[in-house]
Design a protein around this ligand. Structure first.
Ligand code: AMP
Length: 540
């Protein structure tokens, strides 16, 4: 027997309807790519998103077809998101930091006909345009006055394109399982893989993120998503914010410490989110200028492990609560967030700190477990570590146009991460499975060593890789980027590590480099480092 409740499909654009209806005058503030600050409201965004939808219909875009965006976090980018999804199209966010060959591959693989783009990225598209046979139109997210003089066929300024239509448009009626958005993983091996979110998965994920024990967004919050909209759904913040009517502050193209601080300050931001690299730049700016963060309440840090020294600085000095989070593109992306429970609040301050450094616990709608190599589930004891598997309604079951089974027989997805889970349900990542260091039959966590190393004054960035060793199979090499003004030595680093990590985890050597290679999503590229140091030999 079926229940007798209304059939109300979970569609992404109903979030914007809700925001416009109930919080129509709530502000959306953008640092415009052209310079200056632009202000609109949820009512304004709702109207323009419907114009985008109507104009796309006139362009002949059919429901289910992919429409690409390559753009910074701005109000215009949000209009295109909601407009594309609301007319039944699939909003395909393209990461401009990928290699040009990868951008060519994914635009062709997704069969994008239209591309919305910021002027910043036009040189990239001009260089590859001849290899994009399916692309019919390029809509530049600006007005005529700021239009680029790049010579690309079928290019039009967004404001001109939009001026042709009004906002008389009814959202397309569709099933909640219809595809809404698409994002390719920046896989380190093989071609990028297309993750295809549905309306239902995005709505459920936004609601999970908004739970009080997760990000707990409120209409009184001023939310600045610094994490780019071209990376993993902008961690759902572009849905979660409107769902509660939070003010939105969109940082545009400027991610440096000074620009981020300026918006945090002038727009009285209370919640923000980004990868640790962004926060290192902000903290350096604060330190250099003596500025404080009086309105900021919480900062969501994920994408890579949050170093303890970063958490301490935010919490102890600036009085900002850090919420460490973990996830991946295939998970929409948030899988865990680290907030206390009734049980952990009773622990000693030292124990609580150790727990808060973990990647966190899963909200309702994410299940996780850890498995050993023989596929036995490991205990939740905070010590046993194994492959991390996940399940839930906002987690991929397949990749776009890829005929490959990615779930096991019981429907679990292997994240490729290695982790522990403790008795309170808090998960801690040890490594990517392919980055784990195997020494004498045991595993060494590179993340733990890196976290301690970056806590040493003068260390800007640290990476640990495993290199072959005749006796132990592999041993850790610690690679450091140090402040040029501080002559940090190998001996200083090793003595800083002593006592903070297991003796047998101590790196066999420490090398100093000017920079560490990163992937398109800002993570340390261990693959490139292993290549760079493939001829390195430990002194015996
Ligand atoms: P992406 O799909 O590009 O978002 O990358 C997902 C991967 O980033 C995960 O599988 C993890 O390996 C890594 N990751 C994300 N968040 C964290 C975190 N808080 N700590 C450590 N690794 C993380």
């Amino acid at each position: 027997m079926l229940g007798l409740m209304q059939d109300y499909p979970l569609l992404v654009h109903t979030i914007l309807d809700h925001a416009a209806r109930n919080f129509g005058d709530r502000e959306i503030v953008t640092r415009a790519v052209e310079g200056g600050i632009r202000r609109t409201t949820y009512a304004g965004l709702h109207s323009r998103a419907r114009r985008v939808a109507k104009a796309l219909v006139l362009e002949g875009i059919e429901p289910g077809e992919r429409v690409a965006t390559m753009a910074w976090n701005t109000d215009r980018h949000m209009e295109t998101w909601y407009g594309i999804m609301g007319m039944g199209g699939v909003c395909h966010t393209v990461n401009p930091r990928l290699f040009p060959e990868q951008v060519i591959y994914i635009l062709n693989h997704a069969e994008d006909k239209i591309l919305f783009i910021d002027t910043t990225f036009l040189p990239l598209v001009e260089a590859i345009k001849d290899q994009l046979p399916l692309l019919q139109k390029i809509i530049v997210l600006t007005d005529t006055a700021n239009m680029s003089d790049q010579s690309i066929a079928n290019m039009i300024a967004y404001e001109d394109w939009l001026s042709e239509v009004d906002d008389e448009y009814q959202w397309h009626e569709m099933d909640e399982n219809s595809a809404a958005a698409m994002c390719y993983t920046s896989g380190t091996t093989g071609d990028p893989k297309g993750v295809l979110y549905s309306h239902r998965s995005n709505v459920l994920h936004a609601m999970a993120v908004n739970q009080a024990d997760a990000l707990c967004l409120k209409s009184s919050d001023s939310l600045m998503p610094v994490v780019p909209m071209f990376h993993a759904n902008a961690w759902a913040l572009t849905y979660a914010g409107p769902a509660v009517g939070a003010k939105l502050v969109m940082p545009g193209a400027m991610m440096d410490g000074e620009s981020i601080y300026e918006l945090l300050d002038t727009e009285q931001v209370t919640v923000t989110a980004a990868v640790p690299t962004i926060w290192s730049m902000l903290l350096a700016h604060l330190e250099a200028t003596g500025s404080m963060l009086p309105t900021l309440d919480r900062v969501l840090i994920g994408g890579s492990a949050c170093p303890p020294s970063m958490m301490d600085k935010f919490e102890d000095y600036y009085d900002v609560r850090v919420i460490h989070a973990w996830g991946m593109t295939e998970m929409s992306p948030l899988g865990t967030m680290c907030t206390p429970t009734y049980a952990t609040e009773k622990l000693s301050p030292e124990q609580q700190r150790n727990i808060r450094l973990k990647q966190g616990r899963s909200p309702y709608l994410v299940e996780m477990k850890i498995m050993d190599d023989d596929n036995n589930e490991l205990p939740r004891d905070g010590k046993s570590f194994g492959r991390l598997l996940v399940k839930g309604p906002s987690i991929s079951k397949a990749y776009f146009k890829l005929d490959k089974q990615i779930l096991d027989d019981e429907g679990w997805f292997d994240t490729g991460d290695v982790a522990t889970i403790d008795q309170f349900g808090f998960m801690q990542i040890t490594d990517r499975a392919k980055d784990v260091i195997k020494s004498g039959g045991e595993w060494i966590s590179s993340i733990d060593i890196e976290n301690v190393a970056v806590g040493y004054s003068g260390v800007i960035e640290a990476a640990v890789i495993g290199l072959p060793h005749p006796k132990w199979e592999e041993r850790p090499l610690l690679i450091i980027v140090a402040e040029p003004s501080r002559a940090v030595s190998k001996e200083e680093i090793l003595s800083h590590l002593e006592g903070k990590i297991a003796k047998w985890w101590m790196p066999d050597d420490v090398v100093f480099v000017d920079q560490i290679p990163h992937t398109a999503t800002g993570k340390i590229s261990k693959k490139d480092l292993r290549e760079q140091f493939k001829n390195f030999r430990f002194e015996s």
